[in-house]
Design a protein around this ligand. Structure first.
Ligand SMILES: *Cc1c(COP(=O)(O)O)cnc(C)c1O
Length: 401
């Protein structure tokens, strides 16, 4: 029967209805790549809870709980600690567009892929960007940083605490001390470190940090923690020109999300993603940060031991190696992508290929959040061994050498 509306003018449809698809049914995967990792079952449940309005007092309570839990997870007292609507890159861009003004000197530690992303963003907002380089897989020494800060006198230095493309962990504390001596802000990318490796925003004097939900927090991607300390807020307040990104303007966001503001509408918060993050952060608090850091370390150590037994080597020296993401060197004669495809097709396990400079040279294995478990480590090692054998890899056990 033809349905006719008497009030709405309807043109005849030009595009036909597509064939009906099967009900959505994504395959089960064990996600041990650079992210996302598998969400915790309680987080998945939280995501499907019923909708409430974004100005409903019940939602405001969820938002305040998220802020409180984030402060614990980051070990900070920063009042301005919020979830940004978007993925980790949105919170990254929020740091760049709020804390830099055109012409500001912006020093960026580029020891992997994500430093380059910051460089790219900095340029778009008119900052005078100075990329610092060390080979991928290495970290910046205090001496190196001091020399460049003294030479360039930047307004902001950005460092990647956990470089997911290389698996290296950049120490931050000494870097922050040097920054403040030269009146420079330190911004830290903690996307792959938050809740997975020791991180103390206030004790280390980090001025601004951002993170993501889909790595060690075991929540799906789509919401991104952000924190600004007093020096960062001061820089934001003293800006001469307005923030060149309306959606990420933290002055506007503050009057939407701050408890004491009038909660004026800016954009609709992604309600269910907030539920997910709330639950993910609750799980961090229930476990306890120290215990969670230790769990990540314990499982990583076991994984590295297993790799050694397979005759495989890691790219990063153990001193700076992230427990949350391991880069394994691809042995001579093995095609990297053949191994990752084999693992996905035969075991339903996702591990990552090398990114940028390291493409074809390493595999990236994440043991993050919910997936940092002993049985996951064992499963991974067996699957990797099988995939390697399939590719004609011959094991030379160190014990036989
Ligand atoms: C994943 C990641 C990002 C980007 O996060 P998206 O959620 O992909 O936008 C930024 N920095 C690091 C170190 C990451 O690992």
């Amino acid at each position: 029967m033809q349905i006719k509306s008497s009030t709405l003018r309807q043109d005849k449809l030009v595009f036909e209805k597509p064939p009906l698809f099967e009900p959505l049914d994504p395959p089960y995967r064990l996600l041990c790549g650079p992210g996302p990792c598998n969400p915790h079952p309680r987080v998945l449940k939280a995501l499907s809870m019923q909708e409430i309005g974004h100005l409903d007092s019940a939602f405001l309570r969820v938002m305040e709980e998220i802020k409180t839990l984030l402060r614990y997870t980051w070990q900070t007292n920063n009042e301005f600690t919020i979830p940004v609507s978007g993925t980790g890159s949105a919170a990254m861009e929020a740091c760049v567009c709020n804390l830099l003004e055109p012409g500001d000197k912006f020093l960026v530690g580029c020891n992997g892929y994500f430093g380059h992303r910051l460089v790219e963003m900095g340029k778009r907002y008119g900052a005078s960007v100075v990329p610092l380089q060390v080979p991928w897989g290495q970290v910046f020494s205090v001496e190196d940083l001091e020399e460049h800060i003294r030479k360039h006198r930047p307004k902001v230095l950005a460092l990647i605490h956990a470089e997911t493309s290389t698996g290296a962990c950049q120490p931050l504390k000494e870097a922050a001390d040097i920054c403040h001596h030269y009146d420079c802000l330190l911004v830290a990318d903690t996307v792959t470190s938050i809740s997975g490796v020791p991180l103390h925003i206030d004790q280390w004097n980090v001025d601004a940090a951002y993170a993501g939900s889909q790595k060690c927090l075991s929540c799906p991607p789509g919401i991104a923690p952000l924190t600004f300390g007093p020096r960062a807020l001061d820089k934001l307040r003293k800006r001469r020109c307005n923030v060149k990104n309306w959606y990420l303007d933290m002055n506007l966001i503050a009057s939407y999300l701050n408890k004491d503001s009038n909660r004026s509408y800016h954009h609709t918060a992604p309600i269910n993603m907030c539920y997910g993050l709330r639950e993910a952060l609750s799980l961090v608090a229930e476990e306890g940060l120290e215990q969670r850091w230790l769990r990540h370390e314990r499982n990583a150590l076991q994984f590295w031991k297993g790799l050694k037994e397979l005759g495989l080597t890691c790219l990063v020296s153990q001193q700076y190696r992230l427990p949350t993401l391991t880069t394994i060197q691809v042995p001579q004669g093995i095609q990297a992508t053949a191994v990752t495809s084999y693992m996905l097709q035969n075991f339903g396990i996702e591990i990552g290929n090398g990114l940028g400079e390291l493409q074809g040279k390493v595999w990236r294995v994440g043991l993050m959040g919910y997936n940092s478990r002993e049985e996951v480590v064992k499963t991974l090692l067996i699957a990797l061994q099988t995939a390697l054998l399939q590719q004609g890899y011959s094991f030379i056990r160190p014990s036989l050498m």
